[in-house]
Design a protein around this ligand. Structure first.
Ligand code: MN
Length: 162
């Protein structure tokens, strides 16, 4: 019994060791990638897709290993995206300020720094600042057949101020 118990424990220890060795081998093939802050260009959000002053910094683009991209978007007071749809959905991490978001047919909802918003695939929506406060969010978006967003019409003043 003692011997069997010992061998059993040894077997588990060996399996754990092999697991560690396997993980170490996986790590050898993959290195960390740093995208320096200086390389992350900030551009003004296009007037075709945004109303008001919006700045977009692409933090990283997807590749074979990471099938999502991330950008930091800052909306000045009164600024907002156009209506749009994400084919594979989108996560928004609000990092500063207070903003508004709305899905079609729903109420405008206020969001604050620290809030995390999941927008499911295919849901028409917009997000932006309130009329009196700025809002910054990090958006994390996966692509479907190379497309992360389908842009639709602008959010009118009447819709925004509803
Ligand atoms: Mn969105």
């Amino acid at each position: 019994m003692r011997l069997a118990g010992f061998l059993g424990a040894f077997g588990i220890a060996l399996a754990l060791q092999q697991g560690v060795a396997q993980a170490a081998d996986d790590r050898v093939a993959v290195h960390q990638v740093i995208n320096p802050v200086q390389a992350q260009k900030t551009v003004k959000g296009s007037a075709d897709f945004f109303t008001g002053d919006v700045w977009v910094t692409m933090n990283f683009l997807g590749d074979k290993a990471v099938d999502y991209s991330a950008g930091t978007v800052t909306f000045a007071p009164g600024a907002r995206s156009a209506w749009h749809i994400h084919p594979k959905g989108q996560l928004l991490l609000v990092t500063a300020g207070t903003g508004w978001t709305q899905e079609e047919g729903g109420a405008v909802q206020e969001v604050h720094a620290g809030d995390v918003i999941w927008c499911p695939p295919g849901v028409k929506h917009w997000h932006g600042a309130t009329p009196t406060t700025s809002m910054t969010h990090i958006s994390i978006t996966s692509a479907y057949e190379g497309k992360v967003v389908e842009w639709l019409e602008k959010v009118s003043e009447a819709q925004y101020h509803r």
